[in-house]
Ligand binder design. Structure first.
Ligand SMILES: *[C@@H]1O[C@H](CO)[C@@H](O)[C@H](O)[C@H]1NC(C)=O
Ligand SMILES: *[C@@H]1O[C@H](CO)[C@@H](O)[C@H](O)[C@H]1NC(C)=O
Length: 249
């Protein structure tokens, strides 16, 4: 009975009260803060909205992060100079949530989110030097596929007020990652010398972990930064009360 009342009267009232710039995408349904299953409810919301959310919410000016354009990546050390320019990462929208925790209304509020996916990176590479013992030299198209990469981030959950009311905000994150396997495809190695290219690529793929130890931190850092940015953009557009029912301190 109560929920019928809510549905018939309050929902139209709330929706009507949402001005144009208070747009909430239809696939996000506010969870009730007082509900014992609040955390599970929010987790479901995130699972359901991960795909459309990562593709961007135009009406809220939340940008897409799939694909995600990355800043240039430069590895310079251990006898290898390797740069990736015009790098673009695909696959965040197909990733799945693996862990979620929200601590809201407690003394120290926090937010934890982990996801796993197959992420591919396309870029223009330039390589000169050696990987471990083999020489590598060339430039051209690069394609890197990281399989089952899991990224976990932990943030403080902060709040601030503006003229519309109280908003949530994620603080600067701690994060870690784990990768199951990686394959590299670098076109035009050694000016197209197939023999040399194949040997070096095979070696790079057998020793992918060493290469990723140099490469992944910069990439993961950019992924995490982008995730935090779009989430905070989303939070900035709506007050806590618009995204969480029955919220109070
Ligand atoms: C990544 O790809 C592999 C192989 O295609 C698949 O088994 C796995 O489920 C995928 N992982 C995710 C998180 O989608
Ligand atoms: C925001 O405003 C509310 C109500 O006016 C107040 O209780 C709360 O402490 C304020 N929050 C911050 C972070 O200033």
């Amino acid at each position: 009975m109560q929920s019928l009342f809510y549905f018939l009267f309050l929902v139209p009232l709330i929706s009507g009260a949402l001005a144009e710039n208070d747009y909430l995408p239809p696939y996000i349904v506010p969870c009730n803060f007082k509900d014992a299953n609040f955390e599970t409810c929010v987790r479901k919301q995130i699972e359901n909205s991960l795909r459309p959310f990562t593709k961007g919410i135009e009406k809220m000016h939340v940008p897409s992060i799939d694909p995600l354009n990355l800043d240039d990546i430069v590895i310079d050390g251990n006898g290898l100079k390797l740069t990736f320019k015009k790098a673009s990462m695909h696959g965040l929208s197909d990733s799945e949530l693996t862990e979620f925790k929200i601590n809201l209304g407690k003394e120290e509020q926090s937010f934890k989110l982990a996801f796993k996916g197959n992420l591919s990176l396309t870029a223009q590479y330039d390589a000169d030097g050696q990987i471990l013992i083999l020489p590598i030299k060339g430039n051209g198209d690069a394609f890197i596929l990281a399989q089952n990469i899991e990224v976990e981030m932990n943030c403080l959950l902060l709040q601030y007020n503006d003229s519309k009311g109280e908003h949530l905000k994620l603080g600067s994150p701690n994060y870690k990652y784990d990768i199951q396997s990686t394959t590299f495809d670098l076109k035009n190695l050694f000016n197209g010398n197939k023999q040399l290219a194949e040997t070096t690529l095979q070696f790079a793929n057998e020793n992918w972990r060493q290469l990723m130890d140099d490469l992944a931190p910069s990439v993961v850092k950019q992924i995490v930064r982008a995730c935090i940015k779009v989430i905070n953009k989303f939070f900035s557009k709506l007050t806590i009360k618009q995204i969480i029912k029955d919220y109070h301190h």
